[in-house]
Design a binder for this molecule. Sequence first.
Ligand code: FPP
Length: 253
Amino acid sequence: MDTIQDKITRLDRDRMPVHVAMIMDGNGRWAKRQGFMRSDGHAEGVSTVHRVTKLSSDLGIKYLTLYAFSTENWNRPAEEVATLMYLIGWAIERELPELLRNNVRINLIGDIERIPEDARKRLFDARDATAHCTGLQLNMCLSYSSRWEIADSARKLARLVKEGKISPDDITEEMFADHLATAGIPDPDLLIRTGGEERISNYLLWQIAYSELYFTPVLWPDFSDEHYVDAILDFQNRERRFGKTSEQVQNEN
Ligand code: FPP
């Protein structure tokens, strides 16, 4: 039986994903199974966020993007929304010293102005305090939805056309991507969704055009370092063709 250390040794360091995105699902079901409140599941989920961030950093992954709160999550019961907002602000403040020690840079993606002031301030403080860090970039998607982001990019380009700065014919895929909230960040190589559902839920729709998708039934609070390494090993066994034939890809390598 392979230990986690054996599995880490088996990772091909030349084929590590540069950017891993995650949909952290299953906190509520984890809590229910233990007979706890949903908010306890979210609190436990913060421990997984801590672990995946540390392991991503240790493995030299450059970008980790977490779906912490979707636009649609605002429709959850007010008490759960309030708990999540409190937890996010509390966790980011508590984690800041370790993030700095590990050279992790925080980046915020989404309609952050909707986040309640207290949590928003802690998030901005963490972002500003880590702005000089050059290791892992931790992108936290908050009040985020991909359709919101795509519509926002379209609005920005429409304004540039209206102001006469560009013509509609100038608009390229690259220009469109440069007006998304993820501008400057390479597309995810690997998208992991925990919790057993096999859907994308309005997450990074533009950016995952060629990402490898990995779905696991493991609930987010139970998602261990070993599960994470298993996902990367699975990713490394796949052939990424980007629309080409297998023969073309093999000739390139
Ligand atoms: C989905 O589980 C999870 C969320 C909506 C929130 C995820 C947030 C955290 C783990 C805390 C984030 C903290 C930081 C610092 C980023 P669910 O409630 O939909 O689970 P269910 O499908 O079992 O009901």
